[in-house]
Every structure is written in C-alpha cells, then in structure tokens.
Design a protein around this ligand. Structure first.
Ligand code: HEC
Ligand code: HEC
Length: 512
C-alpha cells in the first residue's frame, strides 16, 4: 500500500487530497528497479497539439545565455503545461523557460506593469502576501504582491500536522494572516527542468511519497525509508499544482498528468555561453544542456553515506568534472629562444578568455575538494557516518555534474534560522511538546510535513544547473547574487575562503 507522507497540495493546505483520490491506479508506475528512473523518456502524449515555433534558442541572462533542449527536438508549447486552468494560471505562470523554468522578480515587475497587476500570476490565494490583502487600487496591489514582486516568492500555505511533536506558540506575520491552521511559507518556484536528476520533489519533499513495497530505500535508515519513484511523485505533484496554485475545481485526468510530466522530463537546461569565458563547450569543456543530458542518474548514485548503491563504488567527491580541460589555461606562454637561425619569440600573457576559463576550473576544484567542518546541520550531523564530518560542497550536492542529492535526504543549513530573518518574512515560534524546548524559524521546512522536531528547517538539496538564470536563491529567495550564496557558506561553515577563491567558486556556479 502506498503511504502518503504528505497530503498537502502544491500551495494548497494540508489534508485536502487523500491517497488514491488524485492519482488513478494506472498512473502509478511499477516500482521495480533503479534502472526505471534512468529509463528513456517516452515521447510526449499524442493528445498535445504541437505548435510551430522556434525553440532551442539560447536565452540571455546576466552572465551570458542559458539553453533548454528537449529530447523530442522541440519545446511543445501545445502541452497542457502551457494550458490555463481554474484561475487562469498555467504551469508556465510560475515556471518560465526564460527564467530557468522558475520566475524572477524583474520579469514579474514587467508583467505587473504591463497588465496593471492583472496577469494571472497575481492571484490572492498564493501570489499575495495574504489572501485577505486589499487589491482595489494599483498601489494596494503592489503592496499585496510585494513578496512576489521583490523576491519571486509564492505563499505556500500549510497547516501544522495534527500529530506534530511541536506546537506553534507564537506567530509574527507582517501580513497578519498566518496561524496554526495555515502558516504562510514564502518559497521560490523550483525549476521544472533537469528532472531526470531528482530524488525529492518540493523544497520540503511533501510530494515525495513513501512506498513500503518499493526497493528505492535509503540504506542504513532506521526504520527503513522506502520511496515511490519520482515519476509517481511528479504525476501527483502536477495535479496538486492545478488544484492548488490554479484553484481548478477539478483535478487533471491521468492522461493530462502523464502528458505534463512527460513534457517536463524531456527538458534539460544549462548555461551555454559566458560573457567572460565564452562558449562553455569550447576547449574540451562539457558545459551546456546536451552534455548535461548524458549524465547518469539513479536512486543512490554516488551516495555520501554508503557510496554507489548500484556499482558499489565508494563515494567520489569529484562530482563536477565539466571544466577539467580549462585548468591552468591562464599560464602565460613561455618565450621561445632563438634556434637554427630563427628569431626567438617573447612569452605571451594569457588571453582574457583563458584567464576567465582557468578561474571557472579552479572554482570547480574548490566545489569538489575544499574541505570544511559541517557542524549543527540536522540531517548531516548525527545521521550520517561521515568520518570527522569533514565535508565539501559535494557531500550534499553529490549527483555528478548536477549537484542534486540522489536519495530523499534533507538538510538544515540554517537558511530559515531566526538570525537570518528579514522584516518582510514571518517568524514562527515552535515549542517541543515533550522537552519544552523552543525554536524560532521563518520556515519549518520538512517538519511541516513529518511533524518531527528534528526535521525543522530541513530542505532538499537543489540541482545547481542553469542557476544563473533563476536568481534569487535558497527556498526563501534570501540571496540575490551567487556570490552572496558563496559568502553565506563561507560564514556558516567557517570555510576560510580567500577573496580569489570566492571569485573562482562564484564564476564556476555562474556557468552551470
Ligand atoms: C503560482 C505559481 C506556481 C504555479 C502556477 C505552478 N507552480 Fe510549480 N512550483 C511553485 C512553487 C512555489 C514550487 C515550490 C514549492 C515548495 O517547494 O513548497 C513549485 C514546485 C514545482 C515542482 C518541484 C520541482 C522540484 O525540484 O522539486 C514541480 C515539478 C512543479 N512545481 C511543476 C508544476 C506544474 C506541472 C505546474 C502546473 C500544473 C506548476 N508547477 C504550477 C509554483 C508554481
Ligand atoms: C550540508 C549540506 C550542504 C552543503 C555542505 C552545501 N550545500 Fe548548498 N544547499 C544545501 C541545501 C539543503 C540547499 C537548500 C537550502 C535552502 O534553500 O534552505 C542548498 C542550496 C544551495 C544553493 C542555492 C540553490 C537554489 O536553487 O537556490 C547553492 C548555489 C548552493 N547550495 C551551493 C553550495 C556551495 C557552493 C557549497 C559549498 C561551499 C554548498 N552548497 C554546500 C545543502 C548543502
């Protein structure tokens, strides 16, 4: 029997969907082997009418351009992903190709200005800071949607689970709406591309379902945690999105769910050119979406705890290997001494492009190999048997050339800590029913789903490809630039990065 870990819709409140009512039995794929996850993507549903349009065009961003490719050869704008439901929203209202299949504040501000705030993305249910916000005048609207306009945040409304190990003892919501019945959790839309490499769906894994019959189990977990395939999760998620975000009275048919998920799974997105480093497939580099699509994935690939579930190989921290041929390109060419009557040649300084490429290659090495101590991270410390807790970025971002995590294992890196709260965010005070311990957080994350005290503040490890296209970062959009993210980690884990290392690591993240 399928045990649904969480019944909350994407943006809806907990308890509205129940097992079996939203996904028909035919929609449940066989849970057989890890290979099923890596199986070739079936073609999109014949029901979707293909529209003639140019696709596979690089889209400019701050660092150069990102490109989305589809395994079908074109991006099928006739797919139900682009169809308006309920309140007029489609999936593309919040997942746009031009913004790395998420949404960015600059684009949202344009949409607001062009439509006087009437674009369907500006809907009270979860686009506004509070469903009760006033929207009679354009100024009121601008205030009502300020979290969406400034940080690209959607209000995910979730109830504290009835059997939670904690109670909500205080709510400080600047918008006067949140309560035990429904916390307002402001979160960034996650990209609907590169889904081949996912083990976990949604920031808090609430669309990742337990399945006791499955053999997709986290080794060494006690009690053993086994999961449905991500394909099953995504089918369920598509329906939750339509009844939640789009407020559709009726859910999707099984065929529509299949068609949307098949469409999503054809997409691969990555940065393809860099203003500083040029074409990301030049000089032996393996950037861009075509190379990305070739990477392997299955449940438990390169796991930090036990190594590779299928090959049995031990964990390899050299997760990123796209820019190895760019190493040392910034060396000046040495002078050539005169010989056999030929005049000598002076040494040449490196070109600007080679200086940029060498920086990217150094950043890749820092990401793989710069060690630091991970302390105080729920999900990492205490639960994993990593020697001396000596970690690198790839301990968590461990899926090869992608940076996601190959089993549903979520971590609290401190992003929703009270110490990082900005005045625009609600703050929640939780008390442990058993110990009386009190904790303040802007988002309890995984704990809103499991009700477990130890899960407070835990979020999934996102894929890092095409990340330049979808600022701001983290679940709460708290970091605008990638260099801010790097500095966050440097401080959080006391890494001791030099100014040059901060630049190199940032340059690397920008070309993913
Ligand atoms: C109003 C904006 C909005 C709309 C409309 C919307 N989404 Fe989302 N989507 C989000 C947000 C916000 C999240 C992250 C929520 C969270 O994790 O709590 C998300 C997460 C996802 C994820 C999870 C990706 C991952 O890495 O875990 C998928 C898949 C997805 N959406 C697909 C869809 C589909 C399919 C549709 C249309 C049927 C859709 N979304 C409509 C805002 C939206
Ligand atoms: C202990 C596990 C862990 C380690 C170590 C770690 N990360 Fe993360 N990373 C996460 C989690 C979890 C998130 C999501 C956090 C959130 O939004 O609350 C994340 C988010 C990110 C994001 C933002 C992604 C997005 O979509 O917004 C970037 C960029 C990133 N990490 C880079 C790095 C770099 C660079 C390092 C090394 C300096 C690193 N990470 C080390 C777990 C980790």
């Amino acid at each position: 029997m399928l045990l649904l870990l969480n019944l909350a819709a994407c943006g809806g409140d907990a308890g509205t969907s129940i097992a079996g009512s939203t996904a028909s039995p035919q929609a449940v794929p066989p849970v057989s082997s890890a290979a099923a996850l890596a199986a070739p993507v079936p073609p999109t549903s014949p029901a979707a009418a293909p529209v003639e349009q140019p696709s596979l065009v690089p889209i400019v961003n701050g660092e150069g351009a990102a490109l989305t490719v589809s395994t079908t050869g074109s991006i099928d704008k006739g797919n139900a992903f682009f169809k308006a439901f309920g309140n007029g929203r489609s999936c593309a209202s919040c997942h746009q190709e031009s913004q790395g299949w998420s949404i960015r504040p600059d684009n949202l501000q344009d949409r607001f200005t062009q439509t006087n705030g009437s674009d369907p993305v500006f809907a009270l249910n979860d686009g506004a800071n509070s469903p009760n916000a006033l929207t009679a005048t354009i100024d009121q609207k601008r205030l009502a949607y300020s979290m969406l306009l400034t940080k690209g945040l959607i209000r995910v409304g979730l109830a504290v689970p009835a059997d939670a190990e904690f109670t909500l003892v205080k709510v400080d919501d600047p918008y006067g709406y949140a309560s035990t019945k429904e916390l307002s959790l402001f979160r960034r839309p996650m990209p609907t591309t590169n889904l081949k490499f996912l083990s976990t769906v949604m920031w808090d894994a609430r669309e990742t379902f337990a399945d006791a019959r499955s053999n997709l189990c986290i080794r060494n977990s006690r009690p053993l945690q086994c999961f449905a395939t991500t394909d099953f999760d995504l089918l369920h998620q598509s329906n939750s999105a339509v009844t939640g975000h789009a407020q559709a009275a009726q859910g999707l048919t099984a065929a529509e769910q299949r068609s949307i998920v098949d469409f999503e799974k054809t997409l691969f997105t990555a940065q393809i050119t860099s203003l500083a480093a040029g074409n990301l497939t030049d000089a032996g580099a393996k950037g861009g979406p075509l190379e990305l699509a070739k990477n392997n994935f299955y449940f438990g690939i390169n796991d930090i705890d036990v190594g590779d579930y299928v090959s049995g190989a031990s964990f390899d921290r050299n997760v990123m290997a796209m820019f190895t041929t760019w190493r040392g390109l910034d060396r000046p060419t040495p002078p050539i001494p005169p010989a056999q009557g030929r005049p000598g040649q002076p040494g040449q300084p490196p070109s600007a492009i080679n200086i940029a490429r060498a920086s990217v290659a150094r950043g890749e090495q820092i990401f793989n190999n710069k060690p630091f101590n991970v302390t105080g991270v729920a999900g990492f410390n205490g639960e994993l048997r990593v020697a001396l807790q000596r970690a690198t970025c790839t301990s968590c971002h461990s899926v090869g050339n992608v940076g996601s995590h190959s089993v549903p294992r979520l971590f609290n890196t401190g992003v929703s800590d009270a110490s990082l709260r900005t005045p625009d965010m609600p703050l929640y005070t939780l008390r442990n029913k058993l110990t009386g311990e009190v904790m303040e957080t802007t988002d309890p994350g995984r704990a809103m789903n499991t009700g477990k005290w130890q899960d407070i503040g835990r979020f999934k490890v996102p894929s890092l490809r095409a990340i330049e296209a979808r600022s701001p970062y983290f679940h709460n959009g708290g970091m605008i630039e990638l260099t801010d993210v790097v500095k966050f980690y440097d401080k959080r884990f006391n890494i001791g990065l030099t100014p040059q290392e901060i630049i190199d690591l940032t340059e690397f993240l920008k070309v993913l």
